[in-house]
Design a protein. Structure first.
Length: 732
């Protein structure tokens, strides 16, 4: 039975009052902590929420819920805060004296209110010349006051406009910071620009706003904006281009408009240069302009480097180099590695590929050791922080992420190194090259000076990059770039079931299971239902692996799952594992469907150049400030701050998708596989997951699902034109 006068927990409440004090206000995110005088409350109420600008004395209306914080007591957590100018003389004096209106400080605020009373706002707006009658106020100060008042009016107008059209406060603050006083005009003219300009706003949100503004579903503006959205959605599957006929069908269906309208929109986008037509595999296709330029750039850079003559080192006798490695480093290369060394010493661009345990690291180390004798400047890089760190540990030489090597410049919002400012190196070595997408490959290769050589190292049998393209595979398939494929598994590596089973899976065979009660680094645990898999997985991560192998369940055990959704998806597993491993931690902060507390493992979802953290970086929450709505995350001994509005860049990472694990290694990996993953069960997916583990793999799943993953091979799952471009750009 409902309690009279008591609201349901999910029903928002309203609060109105005058701001007595602004305890905290973040200019970038709008996050604010206010003390508000509310009728019926003896003491000022703590109101926590986001607003573009706020000052003491303003009247506010807030919509949200009451909460009792363990550290700060009773608070009103506002989902929306709307402010209006104060109406009482005391409130007006406090507001004007806060500095919110330029040209007025506490002294003049008192004088203005004493002279004009509650009519001061009308005077500023309609009769500002009357201010000149007051001592100390001249024409310049009047100009500043009028301009400041207009700015405040504009901010309120913009916020009310956005709120009335369904845009939340945090997003509204971002919009105001981006567009300023022109926000309403720009959005009214083309609301779809929000999807490209404002982080966190996609086409669907912009489309809803457009509908509220009266833009017809069949508007050419909507159709043209939708073309880029659909192409971007299709590119999420990895293709750089899309057959035009397929694009027309998909866009017509997703936008719910006629195919004729889509055809006209595509032609308009082609004329403007936003999309580029091209023929691929005998079919008429279209590219997003950025991906077209990236593909062309990669091919151009490869041709430029290979046409620039011999490598920057003088000719080296490979037999003498092999003898030197034995005498000086006690390294004896196999026949295939020796042949690869000889090829590397004579190549401007080289690809080294192969699976686990075939000696890629030994070969690269040997090449670098030989070349260092010629005082060659070497730059090492990898796509992720973990991969770069592993590369540095393996080679004993400095390695950076590609983003840090190219040096992002916040002032220009671009990389410092490129075609006009090449990297200061004679040899660039890039590891985990299979996960470098076409856009990043273009930027990296453009920054390599003409005289320098490039070695790309990676396992082409792993999943391709998360971003569009299949750069490593296209380079190999083109035959333009010398390629060394190492296949011999060395004796020490053969003793590992992880290595053995990775190669069996890659060859299309079921993994081997060690004899019962035999200590191993690979276990296959059969389970008949998704529910059983989930239960066994949680127990394995939280109890069995830490107890038997001594691995820390948070920092050393990583769950890798094929999908994000479903009972065995990353989202559901994160909730379960967080509760078991860190459920009692406090304080907690909840945003965007996740709750964070100190000790939680998180992953960065997007590249953020200002924070210097990138898609796929793993970190640990080390601080939570509920009052400020912020958290601190440790990424490899570097602490990064996140405001409430930016927490959509993070998610929990006790479990992550296999795609997100590319380029990383973990001491222990746990992999759930079920028939509910049907659409994702593919050989490269399982192979990639298994090869992420250094010391332990536990595969828990339905036997049918494992067999299907081993058997299923996707032959041509990405449409790219890089191979053909490489062949066309090849020096004659």
């Amino acid at each position: 039975m409902a309690v009279p006068g008591k609201k349901r927990a999910e029903e928002p409440e309203r609060l109105a009052g005058q701001v007595e004090r602004v305890v905290f206000h973040n200019q970038d995110s709008g996050f604010s902590v206010l003390r508000v005088k509310v009728r019926g409350e003896r003491e000022p109420v703590a109101v926590v929420g986001a607003t573009a600008q706020i000052a003491a004395g303003e009247e506010v209306e807030a919509v949200g819920h009451w909460r009792v914080d363990a550290n700060y007591g009773r608070q009103f957590r506002a989902d929306r805060i709307v402010s209006v100018p104060p109406t009482t003389e005391a409130g007006i004096e406090r507001y004007l004296g806060s500095g919110m209106v330029r040209g007025i400080g506490p002294h003049f605020a008192k004088v203005l209110v004493e002279t004009f009373g509650t009519g001061i706002f009308e005077v500023i707006e309609n009769s500002p010349e009357r201010l000149l009658s007051l001592r100390g106020i001249g024409p310049k100060r009047v100009e500043r006051i009028v301009a400041g008042w207009e700015e405040q009016k504009k901010v309120r107008e913009i916020m009310l406009f956005l709120h009335s059209h369904g845009i939340g406060t945090s997003r509204s603050v971002r919009i105001y910071r981006t567009y300023g006083a022109e926000a309403i005009a720009l959005i009214s003219e083309n609301p779809y620009r929000l999807a490209g300009d404002i982080s966190g706003i996609g086409f669907k949100t912009a489309d809803e706003l457009a509908a509220r503004l009266g833009i017809d579903k069949s508007s050419p503006v909507r159709a043209r904006a939708g073309i880029s959205w659909v192409l971007a959605k299709l590119a999420e599957g990895g293709s750089c281009a899309t057959p035009k006929a397929h694009l027309v069908r998909e866009a017509s269906s997703m936008l719910e408009v006629s195919e004729q309208l889509v055809v006209e929109a595509v032609e308009a986008e082609i004329l403007e240069g936003a999309v580029i037509p091209a023929e691929l595999q005998g079919e008429e296709c279209v590219y997003l302009a950025s991906l077209y330029r990236a593909e062309a750039g990669v091919a151009s850079s490869i041709a430029r480097l290979m046409a620039a003559g011999r490598p920057p080192w003088r000719e080296i006798d490979s037999r003498a180099a092999l003898a030197w490695l034995v005498s000086e480093h006690r390294v004896e290369l196999s026949k295939s590695q020796a042949g690869a060394l000889s090829t590397a010493l004579g190549s401007k661009v080289l690809v080294i590929t192969g699976g686990p345990g075939v000696g890629k690291t030994t070969l690269v180390n040997s090449i670098l050791s030989v070349l260092e004798q010629r005082r060659i400047r070497i730059a090492q890089c990898a796509p992720t922080g973990r991969a770069a760190r592993r590369m540095q540990e393996a080679t004993g030489r400095t390695a950076k992420t590609i983003h840090r090597l190219l040096e992002f410049d916040p002032a220009s919002f671009d990389f410092k190194h490129g075609r006009d400012n090449p990297l200061p190196c004679d040899l660039l070595v890039a590891d985990e090259a299979s996960m470098i997408d076409v856009t990043l490959a273009n930027r990296l290769l453009a920054a390599v000076p003409d005289h320098a050589a490039v070695i790309l190292v990676g396992d082409v049998d792993q999943l391709p990059s998360v971003g569009p393209g299949r750069v490593l595979a296209d380079l190999i398939d083109s035959g333009v770039v010398p390629t060394v494929r190492l296949t011999e598994v060395f004796r020490q590596a053969r003793e590992s079931f992880i290595v053995t089973n990775a190669h069996l899976i890659n060859a299309g065979s079921m993994p081997k299971v060690p004899a019962r009660d035999t200590e191993s680094d690979f276990y296959l645990l059969a389970a008949s239902t998704p529910e059983e898999i989930q239960q066994r997985l949680v127990r394995m991560v939280t109890e069995r692996i830490p107890g038997h192998f001594g691995f820390d369940p948070v920092s050393e055990v990583q769950v890798l799952t094929p999908m994000n959704r479903g009972g065995l998806g990353a989202r559901a597993l994160n909730v379960l594992l967080q509760e078991r491993l860190n459920g009692s931690a406090a304080p907690k902060l909840s945003r965007y469907g996740n709750s964070y507390a100190p000790g939680d493992k998180v992953i960065q979802l997007v590249n953020n150049y200002q924070r210097d953290v990138f898609n796929g970086d793993l970190g640990i929450v080390v601080g939570v400030d509920e009052e400020a709505g912020s958290i601190k995350v440790d990424f490899d001994s570097r602490t990064v701050d996140y405001d409430a509005a930016d927490l959509d860049e993070l998610t929990l990472a006790y479990a992550i998708s296999i795609h997100k694990s590319q380029g990383s290694e973990y001491p222990a990996v746990v992999i759930p596989l079920a028939m509910q993953h049907y659409a994702m069960l593919e050989r490269r997916l399982l192979y990639t997951a298994v090869t992420r583990a250094k010391r332990l793999v536990v595969l828990i799943g339905e036997t049918r699902a494992v067999a299907m993953a081993v058997k299923n091979v996707l032959v041509q799952d990405r449409l790219t034109g890089l191979r053909e471009r490489l062949l066309s750009a090849r020096p004659s």
